[in-house]
Design a protein around this ligand. Structure first.
Ligand code: PLP
Length: 299
């Protein structure tokens, strides 16, 4: 598949795409983003992703300047041009270009928002991550506090998470980030759940985490399938003593954790992780079947 980029609605090959070096996303990370994947030709939970983009935009007073429908149509137009199924789009919106070529952090004198969309063929995770699990280190860099840079703002600046990854031992696949109090926040790009005595634990919604769309679906599934769920803060010590740990994100879906630091868990995940992984797959199938009828764009 040819990789494509859309910059302010102009589609081109990545090497031909142009954005000003005065773009505020490039200069300051003054941008927000979403990642959404398609199953076949259907962008999964696209409405939720755009709603979250809008919430991020509102939190940083960025004027998106487009309706949700316009954004969705542009994403489908890009995917149509790529002509492949099972794709990934990263949509990044910056506050715009500094109008007077002044490198000043003050968010004034900027053009309207700059939209950049990256289209790639979805890279599937190696099956070992589902048959065995992902291994995670616990990094010293703390997750941003809600009172500083709210993790719910899906900001184009991921330095907090990058610092966490940089200090994580190479033997691990990824890292878990904590709060100042030593409580489990989330992974570099995923939410973290634990299971103890058949109860599934996730952080409260207003904790220092990004409220993942995958996490939200899993919470709904727990409710509809009478799985015991408790929303409460939990510590690293509890995590290490958990019966099962799994992580969630749009691209990982439900992925079991096999190791955290020196602590090992059941390969391939325990009963509850497996159950939720299956329920999530069914949810995706149902969504896609319905979306084929409801999504206005056919390509
Ligand atoms: C920090 C962080 N937490 C959680 C998630 C999972 O979110 P979602 O399930 O919406 O993909 C992501 C995804 O990018 C993330 O970057």
């Amino acid at each position: 598949m040819q990789e494509l980029v859309s910059v302010n609605s102009v589609i081109s090959k990545p090497q031909d795409a142009k954005i000003s070096v005065y773009d505020r996303g490039f200069l300051f990370g003054d941008a927000i983003y979403e990642v959404t994947r398609s199953y076949g030709k259907v962008f999964f939970m696209i409405e939720e992703h755009i709603a979250r983009l809008r919430r991020s935009a509102e939190s940083i007073q960025l004027d998106l300047g487009k309706t949700d429908q316009q954004i969705i149509e542009e994403m489908y137009a890009l995917a149509k041009e790529g002509g492949e199924e099972d794709v990934y789009i990263r949509l990044q919106v910056s506050r715009g270009t500094c109008a007077f070529k002044q490198v000043s952090i003050k968010p004034q004198n900027t053009s309207s928002a700059n939209y950049v969309m990256y289209l790639h063929k979805l890279k599937n995770w190696d099956s070992k991550y589902y048959e065995q699990g992902i291994s995670l280190g616990i990094c010293k860099t703390l997750r941003n506090s809600k009172d500083a840079m709210d993790p719910n703002i899906k900001s184009g600046n991921y330095l907090n998470n990058i610092l966490g990854l940089l200090e994580t031992d190479e033997d691990f696949d990824d890292c878990i980030m904590l709060t100042k109090e030593g409580m489990v926040a989330e992974g570099s790009t995923f939410n973290v759940f634990m299971v103890k005595d058949n109860v599934i634990y996730t952080q409260p919604d207003d904790f220092d985490i990004l409220q993942g769309i995958t996490r939200k679906i899993l919470l709904e599934l727990c409710e509809t399938h009478n799985l015991q769920l408790e929303k409460r803060v939990f510590s690293v010590e509890e995590l290490l003593k958990a019966d099962e740990v799994f992580v969630s994100s749009s691209t990982k879906e439900v992925m079991p954790v096999i190791k955290i630091g020196k602590n090992s868990y059941q390969a391939g995940g325990g009963e509850i992780s497996k159950r939720l992984a299956g329920l999530y797959k069914d949810y995706v199938k149902d969504y896609c079947a319905k979306a084929k009828k409801d999504h206005p764009i056919d390509f």
